[in-house]
Write a protein that binds this ligand. Structure first.
Ligand code: ADP
Length: 415
């Protein structure tokens, strides 16, 4: 089956066409046959780039005033005579659409076929992810308008994988009535990525789900860590919103909530302004004052910049602390898996995070860690390390495509 995987942000639309065959799931023959991105959606000068497997890409700029126009532009490209996509000659060759939806609240614990009732319930989750869910919904509505009900649409939620967290993990120690009344709790995010890399690790290492505990580290612009016990997520560092937990590119992660009131009293701004600082001007950027990009920070640190060096140390320390916390909660781990832009590519961060964990049987092989790992799944722990350390490139689109097929075919979910 050819699945159109769609990821709509507030001003961007990303897509992939994944060729997936349910019977071949376990043989890894699924693959991306086309992909693309439109940025600055909603403007006269949107930028687009489309490419097909193994051939030249096309790019350009032009007016793309809303999500529907963006999807129509992609459709036009797919149907153009000049576009050669393996196995896809036009829309008639796309069998289903899989949408990334960020927040599924407590209602959605797995991927679902979209109908009017589902749409209404996703809309009810908007207040939990006001920056993301409305854009995801726009993508779904636009597809319904363009394709009618001829093509099934499936929603895959970032939060769903974490729906197995136990109460003691997801509740905050504030009056219980706020959970009952407003559903204030930890939801966890990046679920598609954590679920995918945990699955890949078990598959590559030949481990059985029921006997394997894994700590997955998704370190990109947004960063989160999950404790995955016997195949189920029991903890994710992100909370009710993706602001909690690890230090990120521009997000602060954990802070004392008292700081928010203090900043307010100091006249730094009203609550939205302060939240904006914590979301967009904190993290690596806020500490270093240089950049939210790990590459810039490391370059500056090498040149002797104190605050860049401090940002590196704080990033590694916070991450290490949470590894300790996941180890304690699961009673040890069989593997630690790094993924995301930093997790997959950044030698120094991995080294700093793993330093000092030898006493827990976590021993990084510094030589292996320094190998060129780009795009590769690789073990980077020493042979004698009790706990495996792996780099596994994430592939959320593949998981979305596979889930879409499963939902459409009503097949059981295996991972
Ligand atoms: P997102 O969370 O937006 O999907 P990514 O997973 O692409 O982000 O991660 C982006 C971050 O990964 C960048 O900000 C950068 O700090 C880091 N990164 C990407 N490539 C490298 C690299 N080769 N070396 C070190 N860091 C990298």
């Amino acid at each position: 089956m050819n699945i159109f995987v769609l990821n709509c942000g507030s001003s961007s639309v990303k897509f992939q066409i994944v060729n997936t065959d349910l019977d071949l799931f376990e043989s890894d023959l699924d693959r991306m046959v086309a992909k693309g991105l439109i940025e600055r959606v909603g403007t006269e000068n949107a930028i687009y780039k489309f490419e097909t497997e193994g051939s030249e890409s096309v790019s350009g700029t032009g007016a793309v005033l809303d999500h529907k126009e963006a999807i129509l532009k992609i459709k036009e490209w797919i149907e153009s005579e000049n576009t050669k996509i393996n196995g896809v000659n036009g829309w008639q060759d796309i069998q289903a659409i899989g949408h990334r939806v960020v927040h599924g609240g407590e209602r959605f614990t797995k991927s679902v076929l979209i109908d009017n009732e589902v749409l209404k319930q996703v809309e009810e989750c908007n207040e939990l992810a006001p920056l993301h869910n409305p854009a995801n919904l726009k993508g779904i509505t636009a597809c319904s308008e363009i394709f009618g009900d001829k093509i099934p649409q499936v929603a895959i939620f970032d939060t769903a994988f974490h729906s197995t967290m136990p109460e003691e993990d997801y509740l905050y120690a504030i009056p219980y009535e706020f959970y009952e009344k407003y559903r204030i709790r930890r939801y966890g995010f990046h679920g598609t990525s954590h679920r995918y890399v945990a699955y890949r690790y078990r598959k590559i290492s030949g481990r059985v789900k029921e006997e394997t505990n894994i700590i997955t580290l998704h370190l990109g612009n947004g960063c989160s860590m999950s404790a995955i016990k016997k195949g189920y997520s029991i903890f994710n560092t992100m909370g009710m919103t993706p602001l909690e937990g690890l230090i990120m590119g521009t997000r602060c992660g954990d802070i004392d909530p008292g700081i928010i009131e203090f900043l307010y009293r100091k006249g730094v701004g009203d609550f939205p302004a302060i939240m904006n600082i914590l979301q967009k001007k904190s993290g690596l950027l806020g500490i270093s004052g240089i950049s939210n990009d790990m590459r810039d920070i490391e370059k500056a640190a090498k040149e002797g910049n104190h605050r860049a060096n401090l940002a590196l140390k704080m990033f590694a320390l916070r991450t290490k602390r949470y590894i300790g916390s996941c180890l304690a909660e699961m009673g040890g781990a069989d593997a630690i898996v790094f993924t995301g832009g930093i997790g997959e590519n950044d030698v120094l961060s991995r080294e700093m995070i793993c330093e000092g964990l030898e006493c827990f049987g976590i021993e990084l092989d510094k030589e292996l860690n320094r190998q060129d790992t780009k795009g590769k799944c690789m073990r980077i722990s020493k042979e004698k390390s009790r706990c495996d350390i792996w780099i596994i490139p994430t592939n959320e689109e593949l998981l979305i495509a596979r889930d879409t097929v499963r939902v459409v075919k009503n097949a059981p979910r295996e991972w």
